[in-house]
Design a protein around this ligand. Structure first.
Ligand SMILES: *[C@@H]1O[C@H](CO)[C@@H](O)[C@H](O)[C@H]1NC(C)=O
Ligand SMILES: *[C@@H]1O[C@H](CO)[C@@H](O)[C@H](O)[C@H]1NC(C)=O
Length: 262
């Protein structure tokens, strides 16, 4: 996850650390060695500050390991954000993420300029950081069972991203949930689904999700989209592929691009 460096350094200045920088400059005329030393000390100080100030985020990252033993497609969404931005451009301005670890995806999206983001966490939240609790308190991230209609009006979002959530639904529920995702969006639904064989650690997974993931093949998904009357957005798919190549990004999950309901 990238944090914009502007943030911590601005806060440093606010804390009154400017004299420190000034002292580097004045001493650098006398002794280059001393100034190099000071720059190194300064760098260590900055790195230390950076780590401590992003402490919330890094402890959140550890939460991903709940799905250890297999790739988490929610962490995959984080990596894919720059590629998605290339493929969807302005359609990334109002995003809903559906899936476990939604707080992380939403926080990351909110760091972007001109981006609004919301999240649905389909499973109970346990053990989350303060940042996540605050998102839930503000109603930005909601805990909701996606087997039922989503608590949003039609076309509430430009783009819906969903990861590690549909794998846990049987076709009976998928039949309802997938059109729901298409209903609340205007410019598409991007699905991140596990590959068959990417099985996760069973015990913990069943405890969290109630059942193990049913990881389906690409042909299964495509047949399912046709059955439920949802079209793939080929333009978006192509743009996503091209941007992936350019950014040397290789998705570890299957990625599908669906059109929203008209
Ligand atoms: C899902 O919907 C399709 C088309 O509406 C239907 O053919 C199929 O039987 C449904 N599947 C289930 C499991 O309900
Ligand atoms: C298809 O994707 C493009 C972005 O690549 C988007 O602008 C367009 O609105 C999408 N079409 C539909 C019908 O969702």
């Amino acid at each position: 996850m990238s944090r914009r460096p502007g943030n911590p350094s601005r806060r440093l200045a606010d804390d009154g650390s400017i004299p420190f920088v000034a002292s580097i400059q004045s001493k650098s005329q006398n002794s280059p060695l001393l100034s190099i030393g000071l720059v190194i000390v300064g760098a260590i100080f900055l790195i230390g500050y950076f780590y401590s100030s992003s402490g919330g985020a890094s402890s959140d990252v550890k939460d991903f390991s709940k799905l250890e033993g297999g790739a988490s497609c929610s962490s995959e969404v984080l990596q894919a954000l720059p590629v998605l931005k290339k493929a969807y451009g302005d359609s990334m301005h109002k995003v809903l993420h559906v899936g476990p670890d939604s707080c992380l995806v939403v926080s990351s999206l909110l760091e972007e300029e001109d981006t609004e983001a919301w999240g649905i966490e389909p499973y109970e939240l346990d053990d989350v950081g303060a940042k996540c609790k605050s998102l839930v308190r503000k109603g930005i991230v909601r805990v909701a069972d996606i087997k039922f209609p989503l608590p949003y009006r039609a076309k509430s979002f430009s783009l819906v991203l969903v990861s590690d959530a549909l794998d846990y639904l049987s076709p009976k529920y998928l039949n309802k949930t997938l059109p729901e995702l298409a209903r609340v969006s205007t410019d598409g639904v991007v699905i991140f689904a596990g590959y068959p064989g990417q099985q996760r650690t069973r015990g913990e997974e069943v405890a969290k999700f109630g059942r193990p993931a049913k990881l389906r093949s690409s042909s299964w998904w495509i047949r399912f989209f046709v059955q439920t009357g949802l079209d793939e957005n080929e333009t978006a798919g192509k743009k996503f592929e091209q941007a992936s190549v350019k950014k040397a990004y290789k998705p570890a999950c299957q990625v599908f691009h669906l059109k929203s309901l008209p």
